[in-house]
Design a binder for this molecule. Structure first.
Ligand SMILES: *Cc1c(COP(=O)(O)O)cnc(C)c1O
Length: 412
């Protein structure tokens, strides 16, 4: 059975237009890495770009590299490379800070644009950091703001004329459920509110069309499917209609129109650049810039088709080989699925750890979810077959109940 499934999978890999993209990554041949949704792997281009930034630019060019190596506008150039992946135009995206901070900026800026409204809606299942920062910035908006975290199916019923903005994550980090970006944005706009999207689990994994959806603000991190490296800078998209209108709540000199005029008052640089606060992290941006090479020339429709094929294959094989043993929490419907598949199991942590011991890397999300990301640039069809074979072996052999897995590590 496995031989037949592997042969078929090998044939799909042969025919895969993205198969050679795996060569861009520094991944061992036999590693099955299904955690690109948490930390994307290192690319050869990142290594080279960081090496150049370290040795030639910082090492030899020293402070002159701010001018000669284009360091000053690296946040904008990297932003412009992310833009096509999220349906944004040039000059609309900038790479900066990290995601939690960028969300704070976007939410405060959006609240200023709806001064007569006092409610913010979010999803009760939203990622914790999104909820923490939302609650915190709401107390600093200069007026009383009520944050309501609701089950996502109840949000529409609460879209009244007090709602200033809605902040949602497009693809759920636990279940992999994908929301209707355009449909939700239209509903929010119909209520006169603004839409802030978190694209952490979308960017580089599923096609996103921010301009088509006519959203207001969006932010995402770049160390997941964009493979920018641990703690890589985040990005911010501001709709063209809000550029020059929305203000950075944390202005700093690197977002000033003339940073080296050392003027006493802040004047924002044009466009989204005004949201930059501090000196860009050049080595981190160099790693991200290199990582983005892997996306050059990739047709997002092809990327999406492969992502869905991989996750379909994983779901079908688990259904067939392990009936009734794992509880699928990811939607089967394509339109509602991101690029990961999650199953619930009381021993999910042990399952993930036993798989890691076998060279299959996924992750665990409390309380009981085993999560596997299918990053289409480097995951092969044969990896899916091998992943499920290992999963069957783990469960049949009771490896997940090993006493070693009773205690959870700090990062799961
Ligand atoms: C990964 C992730 C984050 C991470 O935020 P950082 O500030 O980069 O640590 C935030 N929100 C969501 C939805 C995420 O998936």
């Amino acid at each position: 059975m496995d031989d037949r499934a592997r042969t078929d999978a090998r044939a799909r890999d042969e025919a895969d237009p993205l198969a050679r993209r795996r060569d861009a990554f520094d991944l061992p041949e036999d590693l099955i890495y299904l955690d690109g949704n948490s930390l994307g792997p290192l690319t050869h281009a990142s290594r080279a770009r960081v090496g150049a930034a370290l040795n030639a630019q910082w090492g030899r060019g020293l402070v002159g590299s701010w001018n000669t190596a284009g360091w000053m506008d690296l946040p904008d150039r990297v932003g412009d490379r992310i833009a096509p992946l999220i349906g944004a135009g040039p000059g609309q995206v900038v790479a900066l800070d990290t995601l939690t901070l960028v969300l704070a900026k976007a939410v405060l800026a959006a609240l200023d644009l709806r001064p007569e409204r006092s409610t913010v809606l979010t999803d009760v299942a939203n990622f914790h950091t999104d909820r923490y920062i939302l609650d915190a910035v709401a107390t600093r908006a200069g007026r009383p703001i009520r944050v309501r975290a609701l089950p996502r199916e109840d949000l529409a019923a609460h879209l009244d004329d007090t709602v200033a903005l809605v902040m949602l994550t497009h693809v759920d980090f636990r279940t992999g459920e994908m929301l209707d970006l355009a449909g939700v944005t239209a509903q929010v706009h119909a209520a006169g509110a603004l839409m802030v999207w978190d694209l952490a689990h979308s960017t580089g994994a599923v096609p996103v069309d921010l301009r088509g959806a006519d959203a207001d603000f969006a932010a995402g991190c770049t160390y997941k499917y964009l493979n920018g490296g641990p703690g890589a800078p985040a990005f911010l998209w501001v709709a063209p209609r809000w550029q020059g209108v929305a203000a950075n709540p944390l202005p700093g000199w690197l977002g000033h129109a003339r940073p080296f005029a050392f003027e006493p008052a802040f004047t924002a640089a044009p466009g989204v650049r005004g949201f930059v606060t501090s000196t860009p992290s050049i080595l981190a941006l160099a790693a991200l810039d290199g990582a983005l090479d892997a996306f050059d020339g990739v047709d997002l429709a092809v990327l999406r088709a492969k992502s869905l094929a991989l996750s379909d294959e994983a779901i079908a094989l688990v259904d067939e080989r392990l009936p009734g043993q794992l509880d699928l929490v990811t939607p089967r419907e394509h339109a509602r699925r991101g690029s990961q598949v999650s199953w619930r199991h009381p021993d999910a942590y042990g399952i993930v750890q036993a798989l890691i011991a076998r060279g299959v890397v996924g992750d665990f999300r409390a309380p009981d979810i085993a999560r596997f990301g299918f990053a289409p640039l480097f995951v092969r069809h044969v990896d899916v077959v091998d992943f499920v074979a290992h999963l069957v072996a783990v469960l049949e052999g009771g490896e997940h109940r090993d006493a070693r897995y009773a205690l959870h590590q700090a990062v799961t």
